[in-house]
Design a protein around this ligand. Sequence first.
Ligand code: MCU
Length: 431
Amino acid sequence: SGRSTIRSAVAVLAVAATCAVGGALTPGAQAAVVTAAVEDDGTGCPVPDTGDLASTPLLPDPFRKLGTRITTKAEWRCRRAEIRKLAERYVYGTKPGKPASVTGSVTRNGITVNVSEGGRSASFSASVDLPSGNGPFPAVVVLGGLGADTATIKAAGAAVIGFDPYSVGRENTSRSNKQGAFYTLYGSSSSTGLLAAWAWGVSRIIDVIEQSDGSILKADAIGVTGCSRFGKGAFVTGAFDQRIALTMPIESGTGGVPIFRGVARESGAQPLSSAYNEQPWLGDAFGSFTGDPARLPVDTHSIIGMIAPRGLFIMENPHIDWLGSRPGSVAALAGAEIYKALGAEDNISYWSNVQDGTHCAARAEWRDPLQRNIRKFLLKTGDDTGVFNISPNARATWRGGGTGRPRSSATTVGRSRRRAGRPRARARPRP
Ligand code: MCU
């Protein structure tokens, strides 16, 4: 039958990550057209109240709804809507949808965005840098300009949209006096953190591209990237807009990809309270979890699940403890289980095996996988499989209560074919 099921293999299992051999992306046969036509396809999904939050020291089961565990791929749409709601409520703050009015323009060198709602208006803009050739072009939104290899992005055939996240959510403000276009619309005391505000800004840029005549940029071939704090932003941006075809967070550190429960146990990684207090990146509600992340009903593997089955390429730096590359690989490996369950394991890649320890350096190792990801998910001309190339420094083990190894009988998870560069997932019951 064509019906796919997701079931728990064992109650608790461990996955040991092995270092990828060679690390080359090998050809596969998976279709890459997996974006949604809308920012969020979960409208209409019932999301019950969470009630009291239980302590879950192991990773929460991404397939367990508030109530029961899902058993089919079709149920993922509404489980994702739940994860989104929980992530907004406890981690990032609410990201509102398209405001009542969004207007603007797309030219060969810039995008303007005008938004208004409830009698408040704001504007911001972004730069456009086109590759050679004839458009319309796919594009990668680069948050904050730091660390992204824009030459490679253009050489691969995608335009670079340069977006200053601070135009929609500034840093160095108190939580009660947040500033920037987002907070002009939703109030300076909005409990939404900067990362969700930045994500909202990118979504509005995509609205304007969608509304344009499509002669310069293609709205259905948008990627997002950024390094460091803007890597946190790129991660959240990709998670919260299903029109984004490719999400590429670089060295995002705490508040980005690394699993919260792991950060808390990783000496040297930026502590949760430090990331919460350094800037209002995370939502105000996260403040009550910094000392006790086990109470969070979602962790970042589930945020990766919000991106699935769309393209995701996580880049990390294993040379700086502060960046938490071990909890980062935990999130990636656990999140990959969601991709597998959805039959999309070829759409997630993780790479931390790099030489240069400089934060946000231009890295030769990422050039090839970056081009391949752009070709596959934005130009839609490639069919590479995903690759996990984990630095020995970043190798980690995760355990998830009931997360299990979800089996998707119809597609990839149960099959025996193994490729170089894939993590080996091994079910091993633990007492
Ligand atoms: C990795 O991102 C941050 C980090 O969370 C901060 O503690 C540090 O101050 O700055 C990093 C960054 O954004 O560097 C540019």
